[in-house]
Design a protein. Structure first.
Length: 113
């Protein structure tokens, strides 16, 4: 037995079609109400939508700047850490070279005796 294999597509269009089949007068009344009210409501909604988008863009720009600044600070910290590590390595190498030189001087002095 094969069952009806229709996709479970519950889009708005399908919902409107089903509502129209069940109660066409109500759907037509709602559609007419939307058509009549749309010119009145849209001018009221437009400034709100515009303000929301303007705030979003402003927030995005501020966030982008903060992220860039944070990246620069982290880059500076990394550069300082690398410089300090290189200085420590140079200091260790210098101390090792000094010990080696002192050791060679001591060895050559003791060999001369």
């Amino acid at each position: 037995m094969m069952q009806n294999m229709q996709p479970a597509n519950n889009t708005i269009l399908n919902q409107v079609k089903n509502a129209y089949r069940n109660n066409p007068v109500q759907v037509l009344a709602i559609g007419l109400g939307v058509a009549v009210l749309a010119p009145t409501v849209l001018p009221l909604v437009k400034p709100l939508a515009k303000a929301a988008l303007k705030s979003s863009v402003s927030f995005y720009e501020k966030t982008k700047g903060a992220i860039a600044e944070t990246g620069e600070v982290i880059g500076d910290i990394v550069a300082e850490a690398k410089a300090e590590a290189a200085a420590e390595q140079a200091k260790k190498a210098s101390l090792a070279a000094g010990l080696m030189a002192a050791s060679n001087t001591t060895n050559s002095d003791s060999q001369d005796n």
